[in-house]
Write a protein that binds this ligand. Sequence first.
Ligand code: ADP
Ligand code: MG
Length: 309
Amino acid sequence: MKSELAISVNNLSKVYKSSSDTDKLALDDISLTIKKGSIFGLLGPNGAGKSTFINILADLAKKTSGEIEVLNINHESNLIEAKKLMGIVPQELNIDPFFTPYELLEIQAGLYGIRKKDRKTMEILKMLALEDKAKAYARTLSGGMRRRLLIAKAMVHDPEILILDEPTAGVDVELRSNLWENIHKLNQNGKTIIITTHYLHEAEELCNEIAIINEGKLIAHDTTINIKSFLDKMTVIVDYYDNKFDLSGLNKLNLDIQIRDRQVQINYRPSEINFHVMLNAVNSSGSQIKDMKIIETKLEDVFLQLTQK
Ligand code: ADP
Ligand code: MG
């Protein structure tokens, strides 16, 4: 069965016109789809075009060309309806410092025409662990709290799709994991989540699909697992108690083997050799194994390879 799409983008381009400087092609013919119910990561270095992409969805920037659909609703001819389906948390922590979180959410609900009796202000604040701060001035909130307040604000109209532009920028480590928990919870409750990040480990841990953009171009889009297996390399380092190991079993497998003092390093392609076959060969060496390390390719490596072309 074809899975439903949250966002479908075809041939999207964005040129920032400049009178003094040369025009900037910030998005270059991007086509991609984002599945409903996924946690999707838009990954790329600073200046790649991530915020431009998000800002076009949020209607804060105008596309130059291309087509966008949000849950099958055309983003151009049916913009107001399309916008209602999305809650967007911008990269900048712009919060009016003289309002309280409670007031800010009430104002936002008013903007969306949500009637008083239908508002869920305290419920949303609670979900983002801000209920204690409901009546505190926003200027007294920490960076992490401000970020969560912006998420709360984006959720006032109960959108199907929550889009977060660099959500963990300026958020300390502890609050970061708290934020991830919240994001997971929202996803489990059926929301599609789109996050941009230039932290590779973040996309790797959080997202089930990843698109990588660089200089406005889409250079990869796949499941996180496939992106990680892009290089299809695994390294296994085996430490033995002595140098008496017999490698004939391993040699039969035609692997890249490096022998050091009481240590063997095996480089192989997981797609070609079953891990357990390799492990059995290691175990048949006749020497006692002291330690074994498995080094998987990190998304970081994939990213570097793709962007250094
Ligand atoms: P990212 O969010 O991935 O860091 P951006 O989308 O913010 O990237 O920027 C992509 C490119 O577009 C950068 O080269 C940036 O300088 C340029 N850019 C972004 N916003 C504007 C703007 N309002 N006017 C002109 N150029 C812009
Ligand atoms: Mg950005």
